[in-house]
Design a protein around this ligand. Structure first.
Ligand code: GLN
Ligand code: ZN
Length: 758
């Protein structure tokens, strides 16, 4: 069958060895000039295109590349440059572009936020006061480049106008039609110029369609695509959605575009169900996202090829493109270079490059070509992984299979625990504490490097960590903090530290993905059943406690944060894996309690970011996420005080779930919320212990006592003073030593001022 072709939606920009990051950072540091930056990035960009061509991908996207972020690119293309940057119109200089992304001497950076439910962050376009103008036709330039330099007839990718505007800020949503009207002519011009160039197809990304859009949104979308359709004659539009199922499938399928791309991996079966129910317009092309663009595993080619054949049948002769569920931006570049992993794991991986092979294989198979041996290799790799001992820890499986039998409630409710804890801890009114980490100085990082390279023995490094702990216990005592921490000097990262000590995790050497700008992360891989091996934090915490009479709070990363910041195996549900992690952490909690550490903080900064894109799916996620937290924290005595911490202040819409965590004390980031958080407690009472961060840890500025006093005053207008704690917004690992000491001194002084007055 010739009406099935392979296609891609976007390729990682960062290069096999993060050359992209290195070039950009060298440019920022003044080590290379602008022309050299252009050359180096061009090499990566063309390399990516060539790779896709060599692999046999038929539809190759262009303009998916960027110098920082594709939303910032789209904003720059339309002249959306915040007022505070001097800009005279015309093509946006690189210095302005990077200024918006990172701030410069002239002005502060634009806000950055998460790209849907991924860990990619985009720069939020600021539309206030903007008269859009077309500064450059980026997709056209990318198309020409691919054609002239490589002979590739690429498919330009554009961010959809509606998604772009919905992700922007600085306009009155009641006037959205006016905003659309001001951008639409420019958007049409971009497309018209592509048409005039002879381009046959463009990919327009509208992932907003998989969120909880309403009928009003749909109307706007209809007008936009009708206008586009009016304008064009020979250029076809592939309207691409991803990260879930589309709302309003029948209406979306009926939009006046020539093709529609759907995600058949992260749609919970809903896109397929919609196809079964409503069919698909035969004259359109269906982009069938059947290879997971978000995860790192080989696909089950048998399963995906039967999914594909069902899709092919359902569309009754319409053209089908075999493609990933989303851009491959969210996976690392290649698994080829992973030489240190266990073979059974390595063989089961498919990063971007390997996913291209899978797309081609599925396409060939669907077109009746001979691929049996490749399918067999893939089948064997997956079955070896699933048969591996790491995936078959019976002790873990049987507990999780009967998770309802596991304790998930503290013995008594909070009011009883509160009395018991007051008696035990005898803390002062408005107790002070910190969130866990203290500055990770260059000295500390250098010490860890020496240990990792084998220049230092483990005991040498252990001694060094103890020295840091001693230093900071005495600093905290001297400052007068009430509940101390050991400082987390032995940890690089909140998840990696635990992953390295638990069974079931693996770490790649080059599995980087872009998080924001040039910043890349290397998430751990949860590939086996997660199990506790031995205590992970007891030694350092107990050592810290031995140095002081004040309580030292133990410090763990919670199950949902570990889950959300890792690549997770796909043969089990995320819910199931979160319970495995929770049960392993419970053992750590119990070990700490047993060793006399009776205040234990279980951080969940990533709870919120796991929220599904559709509101209707929130409850299900929150229910199991809360259960996972409670599984890890419920078996302790009444007098043992469980803390938790979250780094955001958007709280009101999930406050019931946060309350349901039943943590004795929660600390949350507040100082940058300009009182919004405090305001939200006017409407919702919070019945457990709570510390609203009294100072911003993202800045080196030392806040004054009075500033913090006024933060506390405001908070106490809506929160019960008996339940209130005083702490910074978050951990202090990125701060300098002196500013940290000075800030904490002021924080304690602020608490004391209050105590005197009350
Ligand atoms: N305990 C961690 C720290 O202090 C918490 C960090 C976080 O919430 N992201 O660094
Ligand atoms: Zn935090």
């Amino acid at each position: 069958m010739s009406n099935i072709r392979s296609g891609n939606l976007g390729f990682p920009r960062i290069g096999e060895n993060r050359e992209w990051k290195k070039a950009i950072e060298a440019f920022w540091a003044g080590k290379i000039q602008e022309n050299e930056l252009h050359q180096q990035l061009e090499a990566i960009r063309l390399g990516n295109l060539k790779l896709q061509k060599d692999k046999g991908i038929e539809i190759i996207p262009v303009n998916d590349f960027t110098y920082y972020d594709h939303i910032l690119d789209t904003a720059s293309m339309f002249g959306v440059i915040p007022d505070r940057f001097s800009y005279q119109g015309g093509e946006v200089p690189l210095s302005t572009y990077y200024g918006i992304a990172r701030g410069n001497r002239e002005a502060a950076a634009s806000e950055m936020t998460k790209w849907f439910n991924t860990n990619y962050h985009y720069i939020v376009p600021e539309l206030s006061g903007i008269t859009p103008q077309l500064t450059v036709n980026r997709p056209l330039a990318a198309y020409r480049e691919a054609k002239e330099k490589l002979g590739i007839e690429g498919r330009p990718v554009l961010v959809g106008l509606y998604t772009f505007l919905k992700l922007s800020k600085g306009y009155d949503s009641a006037k959205l039609q006016d905003v659309i009207d001001s951008f639409l002519p420019l958007y049409l011009r971009v497309l018209k110029e592509l048409e005039e160039e002879g381009v046959k197809w463009v990919q327009i990304d509208e992932p907003i369609l998989v969120t909880s859009v309403n009928e009003q949104d749909l109307k706007y979308i209809q007008t936009i695509y009708e206008a586009i359709n009016q304008e064009l004659t020979t250029l076809s539009i592939q309207l691409q959605t991803y990260f879930g199922s589309v709302e309003f499938y029948p209406e979306v399928a009926a939009l006046p575009v020539q093709g529609i791309g759907l995600d058949f991996v992260h749609d919970e079966g809903r896109n397929l169900e919609a196809l079964r129910q409503h069919g698909f317009p035969q004259e359109k092309t269906l982009g069938a996202g059947v290879i997971d663009g978000r995860n790192i595993w080989r696909a089950d080619l048998d399963a995906q090829s039967s999914l594909l054949s069902e899709i092919v049948q359902l569309v009754k002769g319409a053209e089908v493109i075999v493609q990933p569920s989303s851009s491959l931006l969210h996976v690392p570049v290649t698994a080829r270079t992973e030489t240190k992993l266990e073979p059974v794991l390595k063989n089961a991986l498919a990063f971007a490059e390997e996913k291209l092979n899978e797309l081609v294989l599925l396409t060939k198979q669907a077109s009746g070509e001979q691929v049996a041996s490749e399918f067999q290799v893939s089948r064997e790799a997956l079955s070896a992984l699933s048969a591996s001992p790491a995936r078959n820890r019976e002790n873990v499986r049987s507990l999780v299979d009967h998770i309802a039998d596991q304790p998930s409630h503290r013995e008594h409710n909070f009011s009883i625990r509160q009395v018991a804890q007051e008696k035990k801890w005898k803390l002062p009114f408005l107790p002070t504490t910190t969130i866990g980490s203290f500055p990770q100085t260059t000295e500390i990082r250098a010490a860890r490097q020496k240990w990792r390279k084998g220049e230092w023995s483990s005991s040498q490094y252990g001694e060094f960590v103890k020295e840091q702990i001693r230093d900071w216990i005495s600093k905290q005592e001297e400052i007068g903090i009430d509940v101390l921490v050991h400082g987390e000097f032995e940890r690089t990262d909140m998840v990696e530290f635990f992953g390295e000590k638990l069974a079931g995790f693996a770490f790649t050497s080059g599995g980087w993905v872009q998080s924001y700008g040039s910043r890349c992360v290397k998430p751990p891989i949860i590939y086996g059943d997660v199990d506790f091996i031995e205590p992970m934090t007891v030694e350092e915490t107990v050592y810290a406690q031995s140095l002081t009479k004040k309580p030292v709070k133990g410090m763990l990363t919670g199950p949902i944060t570990i889950l959300n910041w890792s690549f997770v195996r796909s043969d089990l549900s995320r819910e199931n894996v979160s319970y495995q992690i929770a049960l392993a952490l419970r053992k750590e909690v119990e070990a700490l309690e047993h060793a006399g550490i009776e205040m234990i903080q279980v951080d969940e900064p990533a709870l919120r970011e796991g929220l599904p894109l559709k509101r209707a799916d929130w409850n299900n996620y929150l229910n199991w996420a809360v259960l996972a937290f409670r599984l890890s924290t419920s078996t302790v005595r009444d007098t043992t005080q469980i803390h938790t911490h979250m780094c955001y202040c958007e709280f009101h819409d999930i406050i019931d779930s946060i309350t349901a965590l039943d943590a004795d004390v929660i600390s949350i980031e507040t100082s940058r919320s300009h009182g919004e958080l405090v305001h939200s407690f006017e409407e919702h009472t919070y019945p457990l212990g709570i510390g609203l961060g009294v100072y911003d840890i993202h800045s080196p500025r030392v806040p004054s006592v009075d500033e913090m006093v006024s933060m506390i005053e405001r908070a106490l207008q809506v929160l019960d003073p008996k339940l209130f704690w005083i702490n910074p917004d978050c951990g202090l690992k990125t701060r300098g030593v002196q500013e940290t000491v000075d800030s904490l001194r002021n924080m304690v002084a602020a608490a004391e001022k209050f105590r005197e007055a009350h």
